[in-house]
Design a protein around this ligand. Structure first.
Ligand SMILES: N[C@@H](CCC(=O)N[C@@H](CS)C(=O)NCC(=O)O)C(=O)O
Length: 201
């Protein structure tokens, strides 16, 4: 299998966590691409018409995207059980919440990094940040029981999303407003699969 990826992507990081958990590193060759919404890499476009990463090219040359499909595929391949059937819908919802935080976080990054300063929209950036803040606040209330207990796909997505926010938007200091989630994040970061895949650079 061949993974089209970029190391800074939080969506890719989820896939990396499954790869570590399932000891699948030897089964995947990693092809890095530098792709953005404004400058789509050829390898990304040929794997996924949307031009987004991650994309996983299987041995029969078919391609899986997006990250949720790839994570579920790797979970199935390695028998990880991150999508428990007795609580599937809630775990998938938590996973969607984490992916939504990533969408907004990446959108802010693109606005700030890709567009010239005079074309950037502060109101767009704040609208996206407000989604992140509301999402973390909803997690802080403890209303997502799936956040606790055995590791699942929802927890993986939330953990990767929060680390991405710190990686790209550390100045937002969400931890000071949401101390329970800060503690939860630290617990997740101590796990090997998360330690090994921490975004850096
Ligand atoms: N829903 C997609 C989102 C993937 C995504 O937005 N990836 C970003 C990198 S972090 C990307 O490829 N951006 C290029 C673009 O938007 O064209 C997934 O879960 O894989």
């Amino acid at each position: 299998m061949k993974l089209i990826y970029s190391p800074a992507s939080p969506f890719v990081r989820k896939v990396a966590v499954y790869t570590h958990l399932g000891n699948l590193t030897d089964k995947i060759s990693f092809t890095p691409v530098a792709t953005t919404a404004l400058n789509v890499a050829d390898d990304a476009r040929s794997a996924n018409p949307l031009g987004k990463i991650p994309a996983l090219i299987l041995d029969d040359n078919s391609t899986l995207f997006d990250s949720r499909v790839i994570c579920r595929y790797l979970d199935d391949l390695a028998g990880l059980g991150m999508y428990p059937t007795d609580n599937l819908w809630k775990v998938l919802t938590l996973e969607a919440l984490g992916d939504g935080i990533m969408d907004s976080g990446v959108s802010i990054s693109y606005e700030k990094r890709l567009r010239p300063e005079n074309e950037q929209s502060p109101s767009w950036i704040e609208a996206q940040w407000s989604k992140v803040e509301h999402a973390i606040a909803s997690l802080e209330t403890g209303s997502y029981a799936e956040l606790q207990g055995p590791l699942n796909a929802g927890q993986i997505s939330i953990a990767c999303a929060l680390d991405y926010i710190d990686f790209r938007h550390g100045d937002r200091d969400w931890q000071s407003r949401h101390p329970k989630m800060a503690e939860w994040q630290a617990k997740m970061q101590a796990m090997d699969a998360f330690k090994q895949t921490m975004p850096e650079g």
